[in-house]
Design a protein around this ligand. Structure first.
Ligand code: PLP
Length: 411
């Protein structure tokens, strides 16, 4: 019989969101009268806006005509979309042919490690978006789960003590560093000085940064960088993944991109850009042509205005949650320039607080410990929700009593 990929065997059972779903269903079955509100998963909830939606509709309409029909396109994406991303979102700091359009940032994060293989040492912010770790485990870059982390993964704690920015001395030499800003789950946003230090550290260590900017469009403070390529020297040491999911609600449409600069080289001097081009043309067949026309519409002036409206809406939700947590006296960060809030409940485990909030307020949150060892004792609140639901959730949160035992708190 064929042996199983050891990477699969090493994956820790019970991915965070299925486990949350299981507990939610269990609670709903036992409490059928409860109107559960989710401030848990980072899924968008609002309908597409008119100009962007019209782009998608037009894309679908064209496919039904002889003149407009297209089959497979370039694996790297439509030239018009690549050009528009480079111009509208990077102000020309990256070239159109350095932009590789994808079916989403998560999919690209999963494919990216094909560039570096199984021998590479990986560092992640702790807590972090789970795919950086699980993708590394799948490809064999990390060993088995050891209770508080995977062997072969360096967890760089991001806590109140270091202002949620990791100790850069811990970046592995010749390793791969995943860095997400605005951060999921903490909502922390790295400033220019911090990113300058990150780039300097990566270059000094011969490391490559995979910079996840999926929430860049939530940044309102003009002084905060939206891309790693705003930092001098990043073109020699960084790859950026990004997405249309959170800025315009394409979570189900599926469209993202990865920027690989031509200056980025392996130790051997060979081009990472050339290899990424090769990987994209080998295991990927291009993003949906309909979705790409939606992406082009999103980057036209009317689409960019809609993008601001959508992100403003979710930031409005975040402000409401922040106010409610403030009234409760719960210390938290995020929710400004980011759609997530990271709330601290010292002295309790994340799953205990998750269960208490579910039981008392009928609100689903995300336990911070699911994002890494340093997330223990924290809860992530997501600002993705209908306004009326968020307002109702905030009202309920005001009645939350910390530490009141919850029968469901089994972990
Ligand atoms: N990166 C981060 C940090 C995310 O939080 C998410 C989704 O929640 C993604 C990437 C996934 O983006 P996409 O929908 O483009 O796959």
């Amino acid at each position: 019989m064929l042996a199983r990929n050891p990477g699969l065997a090493n994956l820790k059972a019970g991915y965070l969101f299925p486990e949350i779903g299981r507990r939610r269903r269990e609670f709903a079955a036992a409490n059928p009268q409860a109107k559960i509100i989710s401030l848990g998963i980072g899924n968008t909830t609002e309908p597409l806006t008119p100009h962007i939606d019209a782009g998608l509709v037009e894309g679908a309409r064209r496919l039904g005509t002889v003149e407009g029909y297209s089959g497979y396109g370039d694996e790297q994406g439509m030239t018009r979309l690549r050009e528009r991303i480079a111009a509208a979102l990077y102000a020309g700091k990256v070239a159109a042919d350095e932009v590789f359009v994808s079916d989403g940032a998560k999919c690209d994060i999963g494919r990216l490690q094909l560039l570096f293989g199984r021998g590479v040492e990986v560092a992640v912010q702790d807590p972090s978006y789970p795919v950086y770790v699980d993708g590394s485990v799948l490809i064999g870059a990390a060993g088995a789960w050891g209770g508080s982390g995977y062997a072969g993964i360096r967890y760089l704690p991001c806590t109140a003590a270091n202002n949620y920015f990791p100790d850069l001395a811990q970046i592995p030499a010749n390793g791969l560093v995943y860095f997400c800003s605005p951060n999921n789950p903490t909502g922390a946003v790295a400033d220019r000085a911090q990113l300058t230090a990150l780039v300097a550290a990566a270059r000094a260590k011969g490391a490559v940064i995979v910079y996840d900017a999926a929430y860049a469009e939530y940044i309102r403070d003009p002084g905060l960088p939206k891309s790693i390529f705003e930092i001098p020297g990043a073109r020699e040491c960084a790859i950026e993944v990004n997405s249309f999911s959170k800025p315009v609600g394409f979570t189900g449409v599926r469209l993202g991109w990865t920027v690989v600069p031509k200056e980025l080289k392996y130790a051997s001097g060979e081009s990472v850009w050339a290899d990424w081009n090769r990987i994209c043309t080998t295991v990927f067949n291009g993003a949906s042509n309909i979705a790409q026309l939606g992406g082009i519409a999103a980057l036209e002036p009317a689409g960019l205005a809609e993008m601001s409206q959508i992100t403003d809406f979710y930031l409005g939700n975040a402000a409401l949650i922040r106010t409610a947590l403030g009234k409760l006296g719960v210390p938290c960060i995020g929710g400004v320039n980011a759609p997530y809030l990271w709330a601290h409940f010292p002295g309790s485990t994340s799953w205990e607080v998750f269960a208490q909030i579910l039981e008392q307020c009928h609100i689903v949150t995300t336990p911070g410990s699911g994002f890494g060892p340093a997330g223990e004792g924290f809860i992530r609140f997501s600002a993705f929700g209908h306004r009326a639901d968020v307002e109702e959730a905030c009202r309920r949160l005001l009645g939350f009593q910390r530490g009141k035992p919850a029968a469901a708190a089994s972990k």
